[in-house]
Ligand binder design. Structure first.
Ligand SMILES: C[S@@+](CC[C@H](N)C(=O)[O-])C[C@H]1O[C@@H](n2cnc3c(N)ncnc32)[C@H](O)[C@@H]1O
Length: 348
C-alpha cells in the first residue's frame, strides 16, 4: 500500500512507497529540528561565570553555574543573576586579581607617611574633621546651606564598621551564601532581623528591586549609621529599603501582604532571649513563602537545643516549620567560616 502517491516514487522492500519530494521534506524537517535542539542545548549549558568575551555572565541574564573562589573541590553553584550584578567572585576572578597584583609587583608595605599620603586612625581622622573641617569648606551661615544630608563625623569616619568584632567585609560573605542558598532573584523579598549598620543588608539592598529589603532593628545608633551614612554614601537611597526600629519582634509595620523568600538573622538570635526568638518565629511562619521560602539563622540555635530531647522539632512542627540542616561557608578574604541553620515551612 502506498502511503504517498506521486509521479516519481521510491518503493521499499515491503511495498511502502515514499516519494522523493516527501523524502526531501522529511529531511528538511529533521534538519530544522536538530538545529533548534542543538541551539537550545548550547544556550542552557553550565558555563563559567564569564561569557566568551570575558564579560560577567550576568550580562546575559538567566541561570549560570559558577565555581566558588577558594573552593578546593571545584563545586559548581547554580545561581540566578537576573539583576545585572555578578554575585560571585569566580575562580577566574580570583586568578585575575592575583595576576594584577603580580604584574604590578605589589607587596604589603608599612602604612606610614609618604608623598601625598597621610595615614590616620579613625580617632585622628575624626579629630581632624572636627578641627579643620577638611580642605575646602564653607564658613559662617553658608556652612549650613550646602550639604543636603549633613552626617555626624563619627559616621563619616566609619567607626560603626568596627561594631561587631568581625571585619566589615564579612557582610559580603553572608550575602553570597544566602543568595546562593535561596537562588535569590532581584524580585525576591527579604527580611533581616537585626540588620545593624547594614554590613550584610547593603549587598541585598543593592541587588534587590526597590522596596524588597525589610529589616527590624532595635539599636538607634546602628539605624542612624544605616540611614545617614551607609545608604546615601553607597548611592542606595533610591532602593527604599523598609527599615523599622523595634525590639519585640513586631512585624506589623511591614504589612500583612508581603511573603518573604528569605528571612535571616545574622549574629542576632544568640543575643536574644529564647522566648523572644520563638515569638518571632511564630509571627513569621505565615510570612514565609510556603516550601520555597527559607529562614536562615547564624552561629547557633540554642533557642532550640536548650529545649532538650525532641522538644525543638515538636515546637517547630506546631508552628508549621521544619529544620532542614546546618551549613558552613568559607570567607573570601579571611580565614573564617560562618555556620548557618536552615528552616522552611512544613505545610502551605
Ligand atoms: C552582632 S549585630 C549583627 C548585625 C548584622 N546582622 C550583621 O551581621 O552585621 C546584632 C544586631 O542585632 C540587633 N538586635 C539584638 N536584639 C534585637 C531585637 N530584639 N530586635 C531587633 N534587633 C535586635 C542588635 O541591635 C544588633 O544590631
Amino acid at each position: 500500500m502506498a502511503l504517498w502517491s506521486s509521479s516519481s516514487s521510491t518503493s521499499s522492500p515491503k511495498g511502502i512507497v515514499i516519494t522523493v519530494p516527501a523524502l526531501v521534506l522529511a529531511a528538511s524537517v529533521a534538519a530544522i529540528f536538530f538545529f533548534f535542539l542543538l541551539s537550545s542545548l548550547s544556550s542552557s549549558c553550565s558555563c563559567s561565570g564569564r561569557d566568551a568575551g570575558g564579560a560577567p555572565a550576568s550580562a546575559t541574564g538567566g541561570d549560570v553555574s559558577v565555581t566558588r573562589a577558594g573552593d578546593g573541590g571545584g563545586t559548581h553553584f547554580s545561581v540566578s543573576e537576573g539583576g545585572g550584578e555578578s554575585i560571585w567572585s569566580s575562580k577566574e576572578d580570583v586568578e585575575w586579581v592575583k595576576d594584577q597584583i603580580r604584574v604590578n609587583g605589589l607587596h604589603m608595605q608599612d602604612n606610614v607617611l609618604r608623598k601625598g599620603i597621610n595615614p590616620r586612625t579613625r580617632a585622628e581622622q575624626l579629630q581632624d574633621l572636627l578641627q579643620f573641617k577638611g580642605i575646602s569648606h564653607y564658613e559662617g551661615p553658608e556652612s549650613e546651606n550646602h550639604t543636603a544630608l549633613p552626617c555626624p563625623g563619627e559616621l563619616l569616619t566609619e567607626e560603626h564598621h568596627s561594631n561587631y568584632g568581625e571585619p566589615w567585609a564579612g557582610g559580603r560573605d553572608v550575602f553570597e551564601f544566602l543568595a546562593q542558598s535561596t537562588h535569590l532573584k532581584p524580585e525576591s523579598h527579604v527580611l533581616e532581623i537585626g540588620c545593624g549598620t547594614l554590613r550584610v543588608g547593603l549587598h541585598f539592598i543593592r541587588y534587590l528591586n526597590a522596596g524588597h529589603f525589610h529589616c527590624l532593628e532595635r539599636d538607634e545608633l546602628s539605624l542612624m549609621a544605616a540611614f545617614r551614612y551607609e545608604l546615601p554614601s553607597q548611592g542606595l537611597l533610591h532602593k527604599r529599603p523598609l527599615i523599622v526600629k523595634g525590639d519585640n519582634m513586631d512585624f506589623s509595620r511591614f504589612g500583612s501582604e508581603v511573603v518573604y523568600d528569605l528571612i535571616y538573622a545574622s549574629a542576632v538570635f544568640l543575643h536574644m532571649p529564647d522566648k523572644l526568638v520563638w515569638v518571632g518565629l511564630e509571627r513569621l511562619t505565615n510570612k514565609l513563602k510556603p516550601f520555597d521560602g527559607r529562614i536562615f539563622v547564624s552561629h547557633n540555635i540554642k533557642f532550640c537545643s536548650r529545649l532538650g530531647g525532641d522538644e525543638c522539632a515538636k515546637r517547630l512542627k506546631s508552628l508549621g516549620l521544619e529544620y532542614i540542616g546546618k551549613h558552613t561557608h568559607d570567607s573570601l578574604l579571611f580565614n573564617h567560616y560562618e555556620i548557618w541553620f536552615e528552616f522552611r515551612r512544613s505545610k502551605g
